[in-house]
Design a protein. Sequence first.
Length: 118
Amino acid sequence: MVYFKAFVVGGLICSFVQIFLDKTKLMPGRVMVLLVIGGVLLGALGIYEPFLRWAGCGASVPLSGFGYNLSKGVMEAVNDEGFIGLFKGGLKAAAAGTSAALIFSYLAAIIFQPKMKK
């Protein structure tokens, strides 16, 4: 049941984003930034944490989950280390996910040898 809930929630988030992309003239990069900012704002308001506990990976995998993770890392680092936590917290909290994305995209580029379109 946990997998089903995560699949449905993640699918709904992605479906809403796709509808948003189709109905507006916003570029995909700007929509991605809006998702990250939305996750930060919902995390700051205390809404994303209960939603994340309920939805599991369906809420943590989309970019809104990345934004929440950044904001949570910054808040924890500011509480622990003070002002310097503003700069260290987000990087520390998101380091594993960002590193994994870079490593796996590099490996995919090596395996599949992408070429520029002509």
